[in-house]
Design a protein around this ligand. Structure first.
Ligand code: FE2
Length: 346
């Protein structure tokens, strides 16, 4: 599937007003929407503040890891105050959906704005932003064209040169889940073992740390999410800018299954006390303005059809995405964790 910069079209004109069909809220009660979120980006609070200003609905946010939030929801059961769960990984959205945590959204607007491969077919969750998990390589030490596939990182010539964060990262778990689905179990296991053997150091840190390590000469290639390179290149810290400038972008597997993509996304919880406000918030997060904020401030790919990525991401060009259904990331998550353990990728 090709990720092309969407051509702007006037879809908003064809759609009913987002407010017209919503049930009336009791006017005397303060309006709130309660979020459980695994996203950890500065722009999110700014977006929630804007929602409060525009709608009068206060946004309460509890931040924790997706796994911690799911445990909390389980413990709270029917008494949970949470209306919306936001995660930064489709695998965990699928897990929440199959665990019965979500109820379907009723908004037809969401389905008309977000392409079907970035949302759940039963309306249990929708993507909010998209990112690719790419390879970055040292401009000084890795000739252009030397690496074109994820599989290349397993070759002996990269011994002592590969950098990655630990396997506890949902981003790595979903990447490996996509390999299990795309190349089969035994090939995915062999890849994981070989890449672990090729690592420049034990897996540690976050995606930005891997780019810093390339600049520092510890390794030559790393697996990272696209927006982290955008954040480095636009950082106020000179050392982060320098790290960003020391690498170039490789969209892997352009001649076969495509580069792995994942979403940050949201679903409305089964016992949501403020369902109408939850729907209002999801529609707001998919509005043109907010999709622009995600794109321009956090360098994420918009999921809304017709919204362009930032100029920086456009400069990296279009790319072929892995067309694997994102539900497979959840389906193979458990096996991905087993493989990481077997390969010693801590
Ligand atoms: Fe992230």
């Amino acid at each position: 599937m090709k990720y092309l910069f969407p051509i702007a079209f006037a879809c908003g004109l064809m759609l009913p007003s987002c407010n017209s069909s919503e049930p009336k809220e009791t006017p005397t009660e303060p309006q709130v929407v309660n979020l459980y979120s695994h996203r950890h980006y500065d722009i999110d609070q700014e977006i929630f503040n804007r929602f409060e200003q525009e709608t009068g609905v206060k946004v309460n946010v509890v931040k924790a890891s997706a796994d911690e939030l799911l445990v909390r929801l389980q413990q709270e059961g029917a008494n949970s105050p949470a209306d919306v769960l936001i995660t930064s990984d489709a695998g965990r959205l699928v897990e929440a959906a199959s665990g019965g945590y979500f109820q379907p959204y009723s908004s037809t607007r969401i389905d008309s704005l977000v392409p079907n491969y970035l949302r759940d077919e039963n309306k249990l969750w929708t993507g909010l932003t998209m990112r690719a998990r790419i390879i970055v390589a040292s401009k000084d030490r890795v000739p252009q064209g030397k690496i074109s596939r994820y599989e290349d990182l397993a070759l002996p010539e990269w011994k002592g040169k590969v950098l990655s964060r630990p396997s506890s990262s949902l981003y790595n778990q979903s990447l490996l889940a996509s390999f299990i689905a795309g190349m089969g179990d035994s090939a995915a296991l062999a890849w994981t073992k070989s890449v672990r053997e090729n690592m420049a150091r034990d897996p540690k840190g976050n995606d930005r740390d891997q780019v810093m390590a390339i600049q520092g000469g510890e390794g030559d290639v790393a697996l990272i999410n696209t927006y982290y390179l955008g954040l480095l290149l636009n950082s106020e810290k000179p050392e982060e800018q320098a790290a960003g400038n020391s690498v170039y972008v490789i969209f892997p597997n352009q001649n076969d299954r495509g580069s792995h993509v994942n979403v940050s996304g949201a679903g409305i919880l089964k016992n949501a006390p403020n369902k109408a406000n939850a729907e209002k918030l999801l529609e707001f997060l998919l509005s043109e303005d907010v999709q622009r904020m995600y794109a321009d401030a956090n360098y994420e790919y918009p999921v809304r059809m017709g919204t362009q990525p930032s100029a920086l991401l456009q400069s990296w060009g279009t790319f072929t995405m892995d067309s694997l259904n994102l539900s497979q990331l959840g389906a193979y998550n458990g096996r991905a964790i087993e493989i990481f353990n077997e390969a010693g990728w801590e």
